[in-house]
Design a protein around this ligand. Structure first.
Ligand SMILES: NC(=O)c1ccc[n+]([C@@H]2O[C@H](COP(=O)([O-])OP(=O)(O)OC[C@H]3O[C@@H](n4cnc5c(N)ncnc54)[C@H](O)[C@@H]3O)[C@@H](O)[C@H]2O)c1
Length: 262
């Protein structure tokens, strides 16, 4: 049996991906069904969920769910819907996040935008993780959770509602990993760099600061997400922050060197 050819056990494993309507969540959800894993595609945008499933390698394994994860009742409805559609969720990916608008700087951001950003990223991430962990512990089953954080968990983004939500999520991953480890539930963070997905409109000039020479794509995140989610590949990985950024985080005020000879 080849390890990398069979990262999941579709007979026992099922997934739930939030933010599956667009960008990174969509790419991860599509990759999971491509591996034969029954997967709930959860998002606030019904049209985007339908399109993401239609473009999936195996749409018959995908289950749509539409709702606003800023609402606690919607999170509970998602848990119930996932359980009845795919049984026990063993693999959870939290990629949902409201739009990041440059106009929402420190003096402009409204209370509602601040609250929504924290509610979707942090509050829903905590509640869904804790409830799924309760279910897994009761079933005596292993699990693997992946929360999308950001380089802006550690450096400002000029969007304080966003960076503070991501910083809190980065610590949440560590808290959950430490508490759930004894139950064989792993929790990790996936840290994208500048990914030209729906949530980030990138200036192409940014590419010159990225050692690998280009902006990222959602598809750059999906293979690493699957590797970290897989209990076969990453059985001993928990509490980690896996950076997939083309080297962007190596950037500082010095330009990369140019060489006359090598
Ligand atoms: N794109 C990047 O460069 C980048 C960089 C660092 C971190 N991230 C993080 O990765 C994740 C995915 O980013 P992306 O660029 O693919 O985002 P995106 O905006 O393209 O996708 C986010 C999805 O979340 C959904 N969503 C928004 N509010 C919701 C709600 N209330 N309930 C349910 N679903 C909701 C949206 O409809 C959308 O489909 C986010 O958590 C983001 O913060 C992205």
């Amino acid at each position: 049996m080849s390890l990398l050819n069979t990262p999941f056990d579709p007979a026992r494993e099922a997934a739930l991906v939030t933010g599956a309507g667009n960008g990174i969540g969509r790419a991860i959800a599509q990759a999971l069904v491509g591996e034969g894993v029954r997967t709930v595609f959860a998002d606030i945008r019904e049209d985007m969920v339908r399109a993401a499933i239609a473009a999936s390698p195996r749409p018959e394994l995908a289950v749509p769910w539409v709702g606003d994860l800023a609402q606690r009742e919607a999170c509970d409805a998602l848990l119930a819907a996932a359980r009845s559609a795919v049984g026990q969720v063993t693999h959870f990916v939290h990629s949902a996040a409201p739009a990041r608008r440059e106009a929402d700087h420190v003096f402009a951001v409204s209370d509602e935008t601040w609250r929504q950003m924290h509610a979707v990223n942090l509050d829903a991430g905590f509640h869904l993780s804790r409830e799924l962990a309760r279910q897994l512990i009761a079933a005596g089953a292993p699990g693997s959770f992946l929360l999308l954080t950001s380089l802006h968990a550690g450096t400002p983004r000029n969007l304080p509602h966003y960076s503070t939500a991501k910083a809190a999520m980065a610590m949440l991953v560590k808290e959950l990993a430490k508490s759930f480890g004894r139950f064989n539930i792993r929790v990790n963070a996936l840290v994208p760099g500048a990914i030209a997905a729906g949530g980030f409109v990138a200036d192409p000039a940014l590419a010159k600061h990225i050692p690998l020479g280009r902006l990222g794509r959602s598809e750059d995140l999906a293979p690493m997400a699957l590797a970290v989610l897989s209990n076969r590949i990453s059985a001993y990985v928990t509490g980690a922050a896996i950076v997939v950024d083309g080297g962007l985080s190596l950037t500082n005020w010095f330009e990369p060197p140019t060489f006359e000879d090598i």
